[in-house]
Design a protein around this ligand. Structure first.
Ligand SMILES: [Zn+2]
Length: 148
């Protein structure tokens, strides 16, 4: 081969023609594009079929919320550890709200019991990322341990 080896040839192909100013380190040490969140919203917008020239993020969130609300919830046939989740949901439904829950899906195809997610927040207001999810191991209302 007659081509001379350059410094570019040693670069990871993903970054061969990339500008370092467009990238940053993620918390886990991976190099990622700085605009990945914006590009993600634009990709979701594309999947929604929104072809308008201008849009706001709230438009996309509202469209996704409307789409998700049309998905039928299977909650009633789930095996529940206790009756607290549906009971509390009935009580707060008047406010147009419900508990955040997570239903584990196991590798063997079985489904675990729904459990309450605990809302968290960052104590440093300068932190601009989604707060971590905390899953309760026991029902926060009656204290029953969630079954696996
Ligand atoms: Zn309970």
């Amino acid at each position: 081969m007659s081509r001379v080896v350059t410094e570019r040839d040693f670069r990871d192909p993903r970054f061969r023609d990339a500008d370092p100013a467009d990238y940053e380190f993620r918390d886990d040490g991976q190099i990622v594009r700085k605009d990945r969140w914006e590009m993600g919203i634009r990709r979701i917008r594309g999947h929604l079929g929104d072809t308008r020239r201008e849009f706001e993020i709230d438009d996309i969130v509202s469209a996704v919320e409307a789409l998700v609300s049309t998905i039928e919830k299977p909650a009633e046939d789930l095996r529940m550890t206790c009756a607290c989740i549906p009971n509390i949901n009935r009580q707060i439904a008047a406010n147009g709200s419900e508990l955040h829950t997570l239903t584990p899906h196991h590798a063997d195809g079985t489904t675990g019991t729904p459990r309450v997610l605990v809302r968290t927040r960052f104590i440093d207001p300068a932190t601009e990322k989604l707060p971590p999810i905390a899953v309760a191991t026991h029902c926060p209302f009656c204290g029953t341990k969630y079954e696996d």
